[in-house]
Design a binder for this molecule. Structure first.
Ligand SMILES: [Mg+2]
Length: 281
């Protein structure tokens, strides 16, 4: 098998680059290595609270220098999705600046009068009034979209109910399930690839969750590396019906630009190298 050179990385943020505001050892060196090698990358997050500029500033305070245009949030993916589906549409938004700015930037009108969509994102200030409005609009025919399905999110004080939990409340009241754009929907990965003008064959997904990063990367046709610096322990991996291409302790152990199938313990042989032609030969 010939080694495939990697040109781009899609890197999950929490648990891979940072841990609750603290940088993970080796993250800065890995990013510097990518840049020095002239390779591309996007930092991915399902968090739709912040704009890419906010996140860039927050990462900067954590000691990681990542320009805003290198950050791809579920809010940006949602805005791009709506733009391609229904350009110049209208939406009633329950969410924060990350989502409202993204929708505004692609030309959406934010309205609570017969909008095309109700778009739900992450927030820390849900109001009963806003939820009631969303429920009535969805019952009245507005299409229901949510940035991400995560039921909970992390905070320094402990876990918080997240977008998925609030979506469930609206679903209960309306009988309508939202279309979730963020991970594990591979759409989030595909829109990131498009933004980079990257190809799945030469792009690697790096993440700390099996049920979001790894499965979404896999379904978008990419090799995946699971890092053990986040939420997943080595013993958890075998419970899933799919595997990452390789497993490493942290991002520091990934050789920049090299085929991740050459990492010790990587999945072999790569399924992709055995085509039907090979079978028939
Ligand atoms: Mg993560």
């Amino acid at each position: 098998m010939s080694e495939r050179m990697i040109e781009n990385y899609l890197i999950d943020m929490d648990g891979v680059l940072v841990h609750e505001e603290h940088p993970i050892a080796g993250a800065d060196a890995f990013l510097a290595g990518i840049i020095a090698a002239g390779l591309g990358f996007l930092v991915l997050t399902n968090n739709s609270i912040y704009t890419a500029r906010d996140l860039s500033a927050r990462l900067d305070r954590s000691g990681l220098s990542i320009p805003a245009e290198r950050i791809w949030t579920s809010a940006l993916a949602t805005a791009l999705f709506l733009h391609t589906q229904r350009p110049g549409g209208s939406a009633y938004v329950v969410g924060e600046a990350g989502l409202t700015t993204a929708l505004h930037d692609i030309g959406y009108v934010l309205s609570d009068r017969s909008p095309d969509y109700v778009v739900l994102g992450e927030t820390r200030t849900y109001s009963f009034e806003a939820i009631t409005r969303a429920v009535r609009l969805v019952r009245g025919g507005a299409r229901f979209i949510a940035t991400n399905p995560d039921p909970t999110g992390p905070s320094i004080e402990g876990l918080l109910p997240a977008t998925g939990a609030v979506a469930a409340m609206i679903t209960k009241a309306t009988g309508v399930t939202p279309y979730f754009v963020g991970k594990p929907n591979p759409l989030m990965m595909r829109s990131a690839l498009n933004t980079l003008s990257a190809h799945s064959e030469t792009t690697v997904v790096i993440g700390d969750r099996m049920d979001t990063d790894v499965v979404a990367g896999l379904e978008a046709g990419m090799d995946t590396v699971l890092v053990l610096s986040g939420i997943t322990g080595r013993d958890d991996i075998e419970r899933f019906p799919y595997r990452p291409t390789a497993v490493v302790d942290s991002i520091a152990a990934i050789p920049v630009g090299h085929d991740v199938r050459t990492i010790d313990g990587a999945l072999t042989p790569p399924l992709r190298s055995r085509t039907l032609d090979d079978e028939l030969r």
